[in-house]
Design a protein around this ligand. Structure first.
Ligand SMILES: NC(=O)c1ccc[n+]([C@@H]2O[C@H](COP(=O)([O-])OP(=O)(O)OC[C@H]3O[C@@H](n4cnc5c(N)ncnc54)[C@H](O)[C@@H]3O)[C@@H](O)[C@H]2O)c1
Length: 328
């Protein structure tokens, strides 16, 4: 099946931010897309347009339970990605990563599908090495508030590599760094969405710490392109592979850019840093450059502008959504 251009693709977490863009991209490539989601953080609004396409199917399902479907490729994105949501029910977060990985790897084994895991830069924890290379094992707190996410994703990676070694499964592990764009959750506390919503409302922009911590932000279209390229690589390319944008920006500078692009009158306000907040986050993407021939090409200013347009439209329809704090 794999050599045929038309594939049946399963995307777990397909109604979420990244998942909905990936569904859209694969439908555009004329594949059949099965979106599986329990709508924990994803929304029907994110995929409303896609429902019109006969190649698109939606299944409400929790990946912590087994799933029996016939597919050629699986992108496993199901997992809340924002600290507010993954810390709300940390046990469920670990289950989603670990039981979810077991169930989907079992499915991939049964139907001989290729499977890609959406892992995260958080597997590096608060890194002592910059930029982070894939060979770095990380500096992770196993018992903190964020551990359900970080350790859940680490365990999922372990499972992927054990299925690869033990059952010769065709795996791909992507370590995704901060990604932003339209359809990020409006009140989910991620730094880009927070700043944009606060700026559009003219509210103070909340910076945690002194704002000198850096982040690197990848626009969603660039990231989705990389995921599709990684899925299409030869079987010996398994990862883990860092995917992200290397352009580092301080959180304070980001806030200033958002204020300028939205022409907002918002002022900056400072609060204490949350626990285990990494001071610096920057990928080394040499491996992705070499194996995928990929580099992100949407400049931060342009990506922010497109994201602002999306939030402007949303803010008009949902003015009362609370903005939560986080610095990631
Ligand atoms: N956005 C980023 O910057 C980023 C960075 C690193 C890694 N990732 C990873 O990429 C994936 C997608 O992230 P996102 O930003 O789109 O987050 P998101 O919260 O928007 O999407 C996650 C999706 O998974 C669904 N989901 C959660 N638990 C589920 C379960 N038990 N069963 C079925 N569906 C479930 C949610 O409803 C949602 O639609 C996640 O695995 C995340 O860890 C994202």
């Amino acid at each position: 099946m794999r050599n045929q251009p038309h594939k049946r693709v399963l995307i777990t977490g397909g109604a979420g931010f990244l998942g909905s863009h990936l569904c859209q991209r694969l439908l555009g490539d004329r594949h059949d897309v099965l979106c599986v989601d329990n709508f924990y953080t994803g929304t029907k609004d994110n995929i409303a347009e896609l429902l019109k396409d006969p190649r698109f199917e939606l299944l409400r399902h929790d990946v912590t339970f087994p799933l029996y479907v016939e597919v050629d490729e699986i992108y496993n994105l199901a997992c809340p990605a924002s600290p507010i949501y993954y810390q709300f029910d940390p046990i469920q977060t670990t289950k989603t990563s670990v039981h979810g990985a077991i169930n989907l790897l079992g499915l991939a084994k049964r139907v001989k599908a290729r499977i890609l895991q959406a892992s995260t830069s958080e597997v590096y924890g608060d890194p002592e090495m910059h930029p982070q290379r894939e060979s770095y094992w990380g500096h992770v707190n196993p018992i903190g508030d964020r551990s359900c996410y970080d350790e859940g994703k680490r365990c999922a990676e372990t499972l992927f590599f054990d299925y690869y070694r033990q059952h010769r499964l065709e795996i791909k592990v992507a370590r995704i760094f901060n990604t932003y764009g339209p359809r990020m959750g409006i009140g989910d506390g991620r730094v880009v969405s927070n700043f944009i919503v606060q700026a559009l409302r003219g509210d103070p922009i909340t910076i945690y710490g002194d704002g000198s911590q850096t982040r690197s932000f990848c626009y969603v279209d660039d990231l989705v392109a990389a995921l599709v390229l990684l899925m299409g690589t030869p079987a010996d390319v398994v990862g883990p592979m860092n995917l992200g944008n290397q352009g580092e920006v301080t959180v304070k500078r980001l806030a200033e850019m958002v204020i300028s692009l939205t022409k907002s009158k918002s002022k900056l306000t400072y609060r204490n840093l949350p626990n285990d907040d990494p001071t610096r986050r920057c990928p080394d993407i040499s491996l992705a450059r070499e194996r995928l021939g990929w580099t992100p090409n949407v400049p931060l200013e342009e990506g922010l502008q497109r994201t602002i347009e999306y939030f402007r439209a949303i803010a008009e329809t949902r003015p009362s959504v609370e903005v939560h704090g986080d610095a990631r």
